[in-house]
Design a protein around this ligand. Structure first.
Ligand code: HEC
Ligand code: HEC
Length: 263
């Protein structure tokens, strides 16, 4: 366990209280954690696919031709042992092939040790598919924002936790004129991906956003969170909006490239 140290902070007794509180917290957490692992193995839809969306999708998506699409369960299942070796063994130094995500990528810096462990446990447990978590709990806009906040880790991998994006790579969601101009178009981008030229707040980008396999509810929640954060317009996106958008043909500029050979 880490010792808490606050170099410029008050005297011994205070530190001791903090240490005791921390020890109790760790005890509690480790027991809760232990109970968790024995009762439930991680599943693809419940635990793994969200990690893959955030940490692998930029390179491993439905339109890449030379690397596998981990957003597809069958593909991930078929290559599960290699996933474990690259995510765990290579990372620990006991497998000779390159560790994933590729060294020094934003994804490799953002992926937590706990995420790696979850992936390892998932493979060891036989890589079950599971069921998508029932997220139809949001009844109010406030609840939508709260649930959407959790999903935003997926977007933050590229658009950054601040929503400000990265120059030449990922356009901003913060105060984005493009986002705020057209709700339906924003929904289409999240469900269908986007590639090609786009101008956001006067800056030009030409890159590729993968399509995400998210439910209507999740798309509604994450976009409502985005619209109500970072100085955006504050509107709400409902699952009905997403359903309606899915029924339309995608705009030509949001059409993903031809399907990969791995599907
Ligand atoms: C920055 C791009 C990038 C990211 C992010 C990335 N990968 Fe990769 N991955 C590649 C490339 C390129 C290859 C092919 C070269 C190789 O095999 O090392 C590859 C190969 C692999 C392979 C080997 C497949 C095989 O059977 O040969 C696995 C497994 C893998 N990646 C898993 C992952 C997982 C899981 C993640 C997310 C946690 C991830 N990668 C994130 C670029 C990436
Ligand atoms: C793997 C990287 C990546 C992830 C993850 C990602 N995006 Fe994007 N996003 C992009 C790129 C790249 C573009 C610009 C695509 C282009 O050039 O056509 C973009 C464009 C957009 C746009 C339109 C331009 C703008 O900035 O207003 C919106 C809206 C958007 N993304 C929302 C999201 C949301 C919401 C999520 C999370 C569910 C998300 N993105 C996750 C890479 C990503």
């Amino acid at each position: 366990m880490n010792t808490l140290s606050f170099p410029n902070r008050p005297g011994r007794s205070h530190r001791k209280t903090i240490a005791v509180a921390a020890a109790l917290a760790c005890l509690f957490l480790s027991q809760a954690g232990a109970a968790d692992t024995t009762s439930q193995a991680p599943t693809y839809l419940g635990d793994i696919q969200p990690i893959f969306m955030a940490s692998c999708s930029r390179c491993h998506n439905q339109s890449t031709r030379f690397v596998y699409n981990w957003l597809d369960y069958q593909t991930a299942y078929a290559d599960r042992w290699e996933i474990k070796r690259r995510l765990w063994d290579s990372w620990k130094g006991s497998y000779y092939k390159e560790a994933m995500p590729i060294a020094n990528s934003p994804e490799s810096l953002a992926l937590t040790d706990a995420d790696r462990e979850t992936i390892r446990k998932w493979v060891d447990a036989g890589s079950p598919r599971g069921v998508a978590p029932a997220n139809d709990g949001a009844k109010t806009k406030a609840e939508r924002i709260q649930l959407g906040h959790r999903l935003f880790v997926i977007c933050a991998a590229c658009h950054q936790p601040t929503g400000r994006g990265l120059p030449n790579l990922f356009p901003p969601l913060a105060g984005s004129d493009y986002l705020n101009a057209d709700k339906n178009r924003a929904i289409q981008i999240v469900i269908g991906g986007r590639r090609g030229d786009v101008i956001v707040n006067g800056l030009k980008f030409n890159n590729n956003m993968p399509a995400f396999p998210l439910s209507d509810q999740d798309v509604a929640n994450v976009l409502t969170y985005v619209y109500n954060s970072f100085g955006n317009s504050g509107l709400e996106v409902t699952p009905e909006d997403v359903k309606a958008a899915r029924a339309q043909a995608p705009a030509p500029s949001t059409q993903p490239a031809a399907k990969s050979a791995f599907e």
